[in-house]
Design a binder for this molecule. Structure first.
Ligand SMILES: [Zn+2]
Length: 77
């Protein structure tokens, strides 16, 4: 249940992190500005939360989720 941070997953953190999309630079705590991504450069996604919320693909996903597609076990088409 607890999605704790495994010690092996923790990567060295830079003092600041730059968003690949808007080029804004953010300081700690990164969790305020970035979503976690174990495959990301420092364990964070390349885009900040604001950019993700603006991305068309994310907007579509959110719209689908809001429309009731929560399970994600496959399309019912
Ligand atoms: Zn951004």
């Amino acid at each position: 249940m607890v999605d704790a941070l495994h010690p092996s997953v923790v990567k060295p953190q830079p003092p600041t992190l730059r968003c690949d999309r808007c080029r804004d630079v953010f300081g700690q705590p990164f969790s305020d500005f970035f979503y976690r991504d174990a495959n990301g450069p420092f364990g964070w996604r390349r885009w900040c939360k604001a950019c993700y919320s603006e991305a068309p693909s994310i907007k579509r996903r959110n719209a689908e989720r809001a429309a009731g597609r929560v399970g994600g076990a496959g399309e019912a088409a």
